[in-house]
Design a protein around this ligand. Structure first.
Ligand SMILES: Nc1ncnc2c1ncn2[C@@H]1O[C@H](COP(=O)(O)OP(=O)(O)OP(=O)(O)O)[C@@H](O)[C@H]1O
Ligand SMILES: [Mg+2]
Length: 226
């Protein structure tokens, strides 16, 4: 393992059971895969719809137990930790931008962004950092709005601010530019590049052609798995 390796996955595989029209069977949503995420590096994860990108990201982020294989974060085996320990590692070290929208409807944009920070820490100056992130993502003026008042792209940018507010060591972003225009796509890709340049490891799942120019490496999942 090289020194700058932060998260190392070996032989991770996810098997699911699917009922088809004629028969039901097991299939591999992700075949046995090795991935290393390094400090300062942005790894782009690409592949056709259904090729297993979200499934792989979820296993690496401590959100989905692999059928086989291990995920080590700074020497700790994520899936050997108990729930409380794993939640704590995720909160302290990981930031996730999920593919779907997951805001809490009764909290404002600013409260949604600050929430992960408030779970285990003294709130401190988190609001000013959250507002700074919202500003850099172009939605500071929406900080007191509720999620129902936001467009899809605004909600996506809120989710990015929420993933970054705890200054994570590893950022997992699942199609973070999926519903953004060209200008905001550039803003978000540059923000992820900046986070990597500041020393984090970034895993970026994307269908966006222009993302390659922000990435250090590309991992392609093939779709012929079932
Ligand atoms: N909970 C589940 N149970 C059964 N099958 C699943 C489950 N989650 C995902 N799958 C299947 O696993 C495969 C990989 O899904 P995944 O969401 O990882 O794809 P993806 O590459 O992220 O696709 P997209 O680009 O559309 O987001 C798909 O065929 C999907 O139908
Ligand atoms: Mg996906």
């Amino acid at each position: 393992m090289s020194d700058d390796a932060m998260l190392v996955a070996q032989g991770v595989r996810k098997q699911y059971f699917r009922k088809g029209r004629d028969a039901a069977r097991y299939f591999d949503a992700v075949r046995s895969t090795d991935v290393t995420l390094r400090r300062g590096e942005l790894l782009e994860l690409v592949g056709r719809s259904g090729s297993g990108k979200t499934t792989l990201l979820s296993m690496l982020a401590g959100l989905l137990t692999p059928t086989d294989g291990t995920v080590m974060f700074e020497g700790r085996d994520l899936y050997a930790l108990d729930d409380a320990e794993l939640s704590r590692v995720r909160n302290e070290h990981f930031g996730v931008v999920p593919q779907g929208q997951t805001p809490l409807a009764d909290l404002t944009v600013l409260q949604n962004v600050c929430l992960p920070h408030c779970l285990y820490r003294d709130p401190g100056d988190v609001e000013s950092r959250a507002l700074g992130l919202l500003e850099s993502l172009g939605i500071a003026e929406l900080s007191e709005c509720y999620p129902a008042e936001l467009s899809g792209g605004e909600m996506r940018r809120m989710a990015i601010a929420r993933a970054l507010v705890c200054e994570p060591d590893v950022v997992f972003a699942d199609e973070p530019t999926g519903d953004l225009d060209d200008e905001n796509t550039r803003v978000v890709l540059q923000a992820l590049r900046d986070v990597a340049d500041a020393g984090a490891a970034v895993l970026l799942v994307t269908h966006e052609q222009s993302a390659a120019s922000y990435a250090d490496r590309t991992l392609r999942l093939s779709a012929s798995q079932r």
